[in-house]
Design a protein. Structure first.
Lengths: 969, 193
């Protein structure tokens, strides 16, 4: 440009912008009169001036520090990271590069996200992220991208997740506005993902269309839970202006698209909870329906200002037919003050579901147009060069993503969910029921190994045996779209199996088949059925999965028969000595008949280890050895058997307390048993023993989602609440159990134990009155005995105990001695000192006889300590207490370890060591633990008041203070 | 004050050479400075979460303290250093943007960009290249304006510091900035000026 001309342009430019905007046009016209090209040039600059806003105002470094970082090249392709062979680069994100890899161990496709160095360099930040990512990886939900592994290889930190083909919601939104029906469908799926996450305490923190993937089959997957933790600013306590400014400054490099979805509290840098995700989801829904985001601005700061101060324009303005209910859902989600918002995503989810239901009922769901077509035409219209605007950048995303998009009619999202209902036993011989159950279970087990299916576990379908409910109701209750019904008829070595796959929505048969086979062919039938179902439900089967479900566990029909009988015992709801012994007997028989029967070895190991740990089988060294050998045999026979890996892990957990190894096995098993609640259930047990109470709770919740009506699981979860002294929650869980198995004796006894701990003896008495536990129902029986002692009215219970002990069941082992100790204690409370001494002497010799075989039985040692206490042998009692502590230290077992401290407190209280007793009690009342008495409850102030063993401390002011502490009722 | 390290002496000498017209000095300078700039950029990006402000001046200041031999007789003027640093920064960032851009082009067929942040990075790379080119064009008929943008945008210099380097009144810097910004914006939006 010629210098004179440029000088003239700038001169007029400066003079123009000095004037008010409304005068500028005419001024430029005057100044450039007669020189059209000059006028155009000045006008362009003035217009630019008016529009340029923050353009190049922030230094380049602040806007794009990532440009200073060496661009990572794609030379990783062909290399391996861990056991992941990198095949191609899928994409690059602010949180790192994502590669498509092949997991060489399991032979499947895995998406691997390499986290950028600058985000992982800070140890604190990294460990915060890892903690979050680990709890996020525990999430197992059809709408949450499954995280396989969070790992480190050298300096590289990576996250391995399931690989999905689909497009992001962002890409989809670049086409014209989404129709109401599709938007609600997506909203409901995203909300259920969030509900599952929030339930386990995981907050997403970065909900935006980029993190929502739409699969061609209609499934919606939410990605990157908790990853935002890596970049999150430390919380600022107050919402003062300094806070806001600080965040704005901190986030100078913030991407506009991220700012749009931030909740007001996030923009202020305050602590973020689940309600922040509710806001962000509200923004996403608004944008899906209105086509524009509710809050926007040219720059992140403008956008944040809009989030903090403006109300979104009513939907009816952009979409006149928007239902009023939707408007109110969004208003409630987008309240600036989080206290006024939906408080839980569940409420929002319920409202969204209702609205969706209403619209569908009205038949107002418009036909979905072929999406891909409209995306393409839109891209064509917008073909452009330099990507100056965000919108153009987003279009590019759609263009790249298009190749991954398949046109397919979208089925409803849970179409691939199925429950296998209990099969009907049509055999002449009704005792063949176990066989029918076994066939049903085998089919279900095979299905549950298919990752693409959502399968409801067996224990959850048990209740529907002899059902009279309508199929659609059952499906609704279980949250599945499909049901499998069947019947089995067995005569000698012939079986007839009839199965029907039913779509619940319209009660239509998708598939039905009758198989007449030899008993020896049973597995191929089960495999055929599983495959046919996968096929009918259009579930994707990996090569590995195909192999796994085709496996024949044994060629020996008799061994299989014994296995099925053992399995039936192991699945019974109550974990009692009788059931554990029954399972053990048949499983031992099965592996004797077919020593190559890996599945049966695995189950035997699990039954043994569970019995060892829970003490329902006598925890002898020999039992522990059997558990180990059985697991190892199973693994040797079939190294890739999920059940065998689980059994090995469970052995490490239950028998060795080697938690790290156990968890490693469980994680491996999870890959092979993706739908099995037993993995998260086992992880919950491990976390509990490690004192990781919150994590344990998350795992319990995860397991319950996979198997919502598993009473064994629900009971274990309730027991966790008991241990944590969260009695109302424990009672709610027990009520859930009673809903499924009404009048369950053990559950009612547990509720009574809680009433005892709360000091409500009349309520406990009312619960216990109708119960008549047998000798082998040790827990319920001892809760009754304890009730009599707390009430100080042991008269009625003494004859019952004498009656049981007159004919002791040898299989109950040390429990007989324990019960005799209680007899002595009841006699002591009744004032019959001589009888008590006699009972304790006998109890001591009974208990001692088990010590040699059960050296690690801390409960047995504790029983002996209490017995010696009764006999007044202080030295022996204290020595045994020490021994119990050494066998089961707190550091090794946060759950059971403190039980020995309670023994110490009792012994010290009784035998004239008040200082030691008080110190022990102070400690106990401050921690969660499973108590040494049959109830398993930790001490509470109310129990201190009531329990006669603490009588010697009653006048001690320190004891009084403890017994009056706030938790007392 | 500790004696200047050999790296500091080297860097300072190259800067002096470069500012006195030895263009080859820049090529020797970049490899010396680049690793440290990377480290600082990593550092600043990871500190983003801790309430630290991303400011070029902070970075450049740090670079100044690290690289420059403050005892060098011809190098005691901070704004002057910053002006050179801005040029250096521009060169490094544009080089990186070019790499990014090339990478994106190369891998585009198989690639899905998964999130907006990455798209924006790529967009920024493209924008930065476009801006660099426009600045070149601007320098052809108004070198001072181009220099002002470079110092402010790449070096993070304040109006006063730029005025000091250029030996002009701060008001002149402001006026030039306004016009340069409008012209660049128009040029990048595809409007003819």
């Amino acid at each position: 440009m010629e210098p004179g001309r440029w000088a003239r342009i700038t001169e007029i430019y400066h003079a123009t912008i000095a004037r008010p905007p409304e005068e500028r046009a005419s001024f430029v016209g005057q100044e450039c009169h007669g020189d059209e090209s000059l006028r155009k040039q000045v006008e362009a600059m003035v217009k630019s001036h008016e529009r340029s806003g923050d353009f190049i105002e922030s230094p380049a470094f602040a806007i794009a520090p990532e440009l200073l970082i060496e661009a990572q090249t794609v030379d990783l392709i062909g290399q391996s990271i861990g056991h992941y062979q990198i095949e191609s680069l899928l994409g690059v994100g602010g949180m790192g590069q994502v590669y498509l890899t092949r997991d060489e161990r399991l032979g499947r496709k895995v998406a691997l996200k390499l986290l950028p160095e600058h985000l992982t360099a800070d140890e604190t930040q990294l460990s915060r992220f890892k903690a979050e990512a680990r709890s996020a990886s525990a999430l197992n939900h059809p709408n949450i991208l499954t995280v396989y592994e969070i790992g480190t290889e050298g300096n590289r930190h990576f996250i391995a997740t399931e690989f999905i083909e689909g497009i992001t919601l962002r890409a989809s939104l670049t086409r014209e506005r989404m129709n109401l029906h599709d938007a609600l469908e997506i909203a409901v799926q995203v909300a259920s993902a969030l509900a599952a996450a929030h339930q386990t305490g995981v907050v997403h923190r970065d909900m935006k269309p980029e993190n929502i993937m739409l699969r061609p089959d209609g499934y919606v997957k939410v990605l990157d839970f908790g990853i935002a933790k890596l970049t999150e600013p430390r919380p600022v306590p107050d919402l003062d202006e300094i806070g806001t400014t600080a965040v704005l400054q901190t986030r100078a490099g913030l991407v506009l698209g991220t700012a749009r979805y931030m909740s007001p509290e996030q923009t202020r840098g305050q602590t973020v909870d689940a309600r922040s995700d509710i806001w962000s989801l509200g923004v996403v829904i608004y944008e899906m329906i209105a086509g524009v985001p509710p809050f926007h601005g040219k720059t992140p700061s403008d956008c944040i200002a809009s989030i903090l101060t403006t109300e979104p324009p009513p939907l009816s303005g952009v979409l006149p037919e928007a239902p009023l209910n939707l408007e109110s859902i969004l208003q409630k989600a987008l309240r600036k003050n989080s206290d006024e918002r939906y408080q839980t995503i569940k409420e929002m989810l319920a409202d969204l579901r209702n609205l969706k239901g209403e619209l569908e009922a009205e038949g107002s769901s418009p036909q979905t147009k072929a999406r891909a077509e409209s995306i393409v035409s839109k891209i064509k219209r917008h073909k452009r060069g330099v990507l100056l605007t965000l919108a153009a950048a987003l279009l590019a995303a759609a263009a790249f993503a298009y190749s991954f998009y398949f046109v397919a009619p979208a089925p409803s999202p849970n179409e691939k969910s199925i429950a296998v209902l209990p099969f009907e036993n049509r055999s002449e011989d009704k005792s063949n029921a176990y066989f029918t159950d076994g066939v049903q279970d085998e089919i279900l087990t095979r299905l549950s190994k298919i990752r693409d299916l959502k399968v409801i576990s067996r224990t959850s379908t048990q209740r529907y045996k002899n059902r009279s409910q309508k199929l659609s109701e059952i499906a609704n209750e279980l949250g599945v779209a499909n049901l499998l019904e069947g019947s089995v008829q067995k005569t000698n070595d012939q079986v007839r199996i009839n199965v029907q796959l039913i779509r619940a929505a319209n009660d239509s048969h998708l598939w039905a088949e009758t198989f007449d086979r030899k008993l020896t062919d049973i597995f191929s039938v089960e495999t055929e059925v599983a495959k046919a179902i996968a096929d009918q439900l259009r579930a994707h089967l990996t090569g590995q999965e195909e192999q796994v479900i085709a496996a024949r566990p044994t060629d020996n029909p008799e061994a299989y028969d014994a296995y099925l009988r053992g399995l039936a015992y192991s699945l019974k709801t109550a974990n009692t000595p009788a059931n554990a012994l029954g399972a053990q007997k048949y499983l031992r028989e099965a592996v004797k008949l077919d020593p190559k029967f890996a599945l049966s070895w695995a189950l035997l190991s699990y039954v043994d280890a569970r019995g060892y740990n829970s003490l329902y089988l006598q925890p002898t060294v020999a039992l522990r050895e059997e558990a180990r050998q059985a697991a190892e045999t199973a693994l040797t026979l079939q190294p890739n058997l999920g059940e065998a890996l689980h059994a090995k892990g469970f052995y490490h957990y239950a028998c060795l307390k080697d938690y790290d190894t156990a968890v490693r096995y469980f994680e491996q098993a999870r890959q092979l048993l993706p739908n099995s609640s037993r993995i998260p259930e086992s992880l919950a047990y491990v976390a509990r023993r490690r004192g990781q109470w919150d994590r344990s709770e998350s795992y319990f919740n995860e397991a319950e989602r996979l198997d919502p009506r598993n009473v064994f699981l629900l009971t274990s979860h309730a027991q966790s609440y008991m241990i944590l002294r969260r009695f109302p929650e424990a009672l709610r869980k027990f009520d859930q159990v009673l809903d499924i198995t009404p009048d369950d004796l053990d559950t009612l006894a547990n509720k009574a134990a809680i009433a005892q701990a709360e000091g409500d003896l009349p309520r406990a008495a009312a619960l216990l009155a109708p119960l008549h536990p047998n000798a082998d129902d040790t827990t319920a029986l001892e809760i009754q005995v304890y009730q009599a002692i707390l009430e100080r009215r042991p008269a009625q219970i003494i004859p019952r105990l004498k009656e049981i002990l007159a004919k002791p069941d040898p299989a109950l082992g040390f429990y007989n001695g324990e019960l005799r100790f209680w007899l002595g204690w009841a006699q002591e409370v009744a004032g019959d000192h001589a009888a008590a001494q006699e009972s304790w002497r006998q109890a001591r010799s009974e208990l001692e006889s088990f010590l040699k075989e059960q050296p690690e039985n801390y409960q047995l040692i504790g029983d002996l300590a209490l017995t010696d206490m009764g006999l007044g042998d202080k030295a022996a009692a204290l020595a045994l207490t020490e021994k119990a502590m050494a066998v089961m230290p707190i550091e090794k077992d946060a759950l059971a370890g403190p039980a020995s401290i309670e023994i110490l407190a009792r012994v010290a209280a009784r035998l004239g060591e008040p200082d030691r007793a008080i110190a022990a009690l102070q400690k106990l009342l401050s921690i969660p633990y499973a108590g040494p008495l049959a109830t398993g409850l930790p001490l509470t102030p109310a129990l201190l008041w009531l329990d006669p063993m603490f009588d010697p401390l009653r006048n001690d002011p320190r004891f009084q203070k403890l017994a009056e502490s706030p938790t007392a009722k | 004050m500790a004696a200047a390290s050999s790296v500091q002496q080297q860097v300072t000498q190259f800067l002096v050479d470069w500012s006195s017209g030895d263009t080859g000095a820049l090529d020797k300078l970049i490899p010396l400075v680049q690793p440290e700039l990377h480290r600082l950029a990593h550092y600043y990006m990871s500190r983003e979460g801790e309430g630290h402000t991303l400011q070029t001046t902070a970075l450049v200041n740090e670079a100044y303290l690290q690289f420059v031999d403050k005892t060098h007789p011809r190098w005691q003027n901070r704004p002057h250093f910053f002006a050179v640093a801005a040029q250096l920064m521009r060169r490094i960032m544009v080089d990186h943007a070019r790499q990014r851009h090339a990478l994106k082009r190369g891998g585009a067929a198989q690639k899905v960009t998964l999130d907006e942040a990455a798209l924006v990075t790529e967009t920024r790379a493209a924008e930065l290249l476009a801006l660099d080119e426009a600045l070149e064009n601007l320098a052809a008929f108004d070198p001072r304006m181009s220099k002002i943008v470079e110092m402010r945008y790449f070096g993070g210099l304040s109006t006063e510091e730029i005025a000091e380097v250029l030996k002009v009144h701060p008001n002149t810097v402001m006026r030039d900035w306004s016009a340069a910004k409008a012209w660049l914006y128009a040029a990048l939006s595809g409007e003819e000026c």
